[in-house]
Write a protein that binds this ligand. Structure first.
Ligand code: C2O
Ligand code: CU
Ligand code: CU
Length: 423
C-alpha cells in the first residue's frame, strides 16, 4: 500500500509445514506463508518502508541483497529483530531496474534459516526498463525462478545439519520457487526468466537441454548495455541473471544445470531444473531490443584507494569475521579498486553489501560480456585475480558497518566475512 507517498510492505517471518515429498510434510520457515516470501516490487525514486514482524521463536534479520541503502537499514547482523518484534527499515529506491532479493542474515545462522525458507525476490523497476520491449508481464511472460537444492530425511524434514560438509549442504532435489519437479506453462513466444541461485552452496551452470541460445539481458544490478547471446549462464549462490528465451508452439524444453567450470571447484553434477511447456498457440512477443541500458564507463583512474582481499579456507586476509573489528573504512561518494583472489581449491565467491560493482579485469583481461554489467556477487575461480571497481555513494554512517563475504552461506557462517564502514 502507499501512504503519504511511501510504499509500505509488510513481511512476517513465520514457521510452517510444506508438502514437498511423499514421505511427509517438511518443517519450513517463510515470510507470509510457509516457505519463501512474496516478490516485492518498487519503482526507482520511490520511498519504501518494510514492516518486518518476527513470529519465530528466535531472533531473525532481513537483508536486502543488492540494494543501495543506509547501513542501518541493510538488515545484517546489526539489525536483529527479537521474537515478537517488528522492524521498520525505510529508504529511497535509488538504483536501476534489477532483480534483487532479500534473505535472513543473522550472524552464524544464515545458512540454516535461508535453507529453511527465509528468502524472497525484490524487483526494482524504472522508466528506462519500462520503455523497452522486454517481456514484463509478471507471472505471464516475466517470471521469478528461485533455484535451490535440498535433501530430505525419511520423515520429510530437510536433511543436512550445520557442519555436514566443508562447503555446506549440496541437496539431491531441485526446488524452483519452492516446487519439486517444476514446470512452467508458457503462453507467449518469449519468456523472461529471472534466475536467482538461492542455494546455500551449489553453483549452477544453467543451459537448455537442446543447447538452444537465449539472450542474457540482465545481471545482479540491472540490465546489460546490450543482450548477450549465450547457451549457458553460470550462477553462484546469491547471483541473478535475467534471460529471455524463445519457444515454439507445443514444444517442451528443459532448463538444466550442467557441471560448472572445474576452475570453480564446485563439483560436477548435471541435472534438470525445470520444464517449459509451450501452449499449442502462443501470443506474439516483440524482439529483444538491441540496446538495453547505458552504463557509466568503469573508470578506475579516480579510485580513492586500492585494497586486496584473499579468500582462503574460512578466512579473508587470514582473518575470521569479528563483529568488534572494522576491516575497511571507505569515504562516502568515492570509488575504490578491490582486488579479490580465491587462494585455495575450494569454491568461494565475493559479495559486497550496499553497492553494485563493476569488474575491471580478470587476470588482467577485460571481463567476459556476461560479467560486464552491475554485479554484487561474483564466483571466484581458483587463483585468478579479479579487479573490482566498488562505489560507495550517499550514505555515511560512522558506527554501523556493511559486510562483504563469501556467499556460500556455510562459509559466511564460519566467518568468511569482513566489515566496512562508509564515513
Ligand atoms: Cu545475500 Cu550478506 O548477503
Ligand atoms: Cu547482501
Ligand atoms: Cu567460500
Amino acid at each position: 500500500r502507499v501512504e503519504d507517498g511511501v510504499r509500505i510492505f509488510a513481511l512476517t517471518a513465520q514457521e510452517g509445514r510444506t508438502s514437498f515429498v511423499a514421505q511427509g510434510d517438511t518443517p519450513t520457515l517463510g515470510y507470509d506463508g510457509t516457505y519463501l516470501g512474496p516478490t516485492l516490487v518498487a519503482e526507482r525514486g520511490e520511498q519504501v518502508r518494510v514492516d518486518v514482524t518476527n513470529d519465530l521463536a528466535d531472533p531473525t534479520t532481513v537483508h536486502w541483497h543488492g540494494m543501495h541503502l543506509p547501513a542501518a537499514m541493510d538488515g545484517g547482523p546489526y539489525s536483529p529483530i527479537a521474537a515478537g518484534a517488528t522492524w521498520h527499515p525505510a529508504w529511497t529506491i535509488d538504483q536501476p531496474a534489477a532483480t534483487l532479493w532479500y534473505h535472513h542474515h543473522l550472524h552464524g545462522r544464515t545458512r540454516e534459516q535461508v535453507d529453511a525458507g527465509l528468502a524472497g525476490m525484490f524487483l526494482v523497476q524504472d522508466d528506462e526498463e519500462s520503455a523497452l520491449t522486454l517481456p514484463r508481464d509478471y507471472g505471464v511472460d516475466d517470471l521469478p525462478v528461485i533455484v535451490q537444492d535440498r535433501s530430505f530425511n525419511s520423515d520429510g524434514s530437510f536433511a543436512g545439519g550445520l557442519g555436514m560438509q566443508f562447503d555446506g549442504v549440496l541437496g539431491d532435489t531441485i526446488l524452483v520457487n519452492g516446487t519439486v519437479a517444476p514446470y512452467l506453462d508458457v503462453t507467449t513466444e518469449r519468456v523472461r526468466l529471472r534466475l536467482l541461485n538461492g542455494s546455500s552452496a551449489r553453483m549452477y551452470d544453467f543451459a537448455f537441454a537442446d543447447g538452444r541460445q537465449f539472450s542474457l539481458v540482465g545481471t545482479d544490478g540491472g540490465l546489460l548495455e546490450a543482450p548477450v547471446t549465450a547457451t549457458d549462464i553460470p550462477l553462484s549462490p546469491g547471483e541473478r541473471a535475467e534471460i529471455v528465451v524463445s519457444v515454439k508452439p507445443g514444444e517442451r524444453v528443459v532448463l538444466q544445470s550442467h557441471a560448472p567450470d572445474p576452475a570453480l571447484n564446485a563439483g560436477s553434477a548435471s541435472f534438470d531444473v525445470m520444464e517449459l511447456r509451450a501452449a499449442a498457440s502462443l501470443a506474439d512477443s516483440p524482439e529483444v531490443p538491441s540496446r538495453l541500458a547505458s552504463l557509466p564507463t568503469a573508470d578506475a583512474s579516480s579510485a580513492a584507494a586500492e585494497r586486496g582481499f584473499v579468500m582462503s579456507g574460512h578466512d579473508i586476509n587470514d582473518r575470521e569475521m569479528d563483529l568488534d573489528r572494522v576491516d575497511v573504512i571507505a569515504t562516502v561518494d568515492t570509488s575504490e579498486v578491490w582486488t579479490v583472489r580465491n587462494n585455495n581449491p575450494l569454491p568461494h565467491s565475493f559479495h559486497v553489501h550496499d553497492t553494485q560493482f563493476r569488474i575491471l579485469s580478470v587476470d588482467g583481461a577485460p571481463p567476459p560480456a556476461r560479467l560486464a554489467g552491475f554485479k554484487d556477487t561474483i564466483a571466484l575461480e581458483h587463483d585468478r585475480e579479479y579487479r573490482l571497481l566498488v562505489r560507495f555513494d550517499d550514505y555515511a554512517d560512522p558506527t554501523t558497518p556493511y559486510m562483504y563475504h563469501c556467499h556460500l552461506l556455510w562459509h559466511e557462517d564460519q566467518g568468511m566475512m569482513g566489515q566496512f564502514l562508509v564515513v
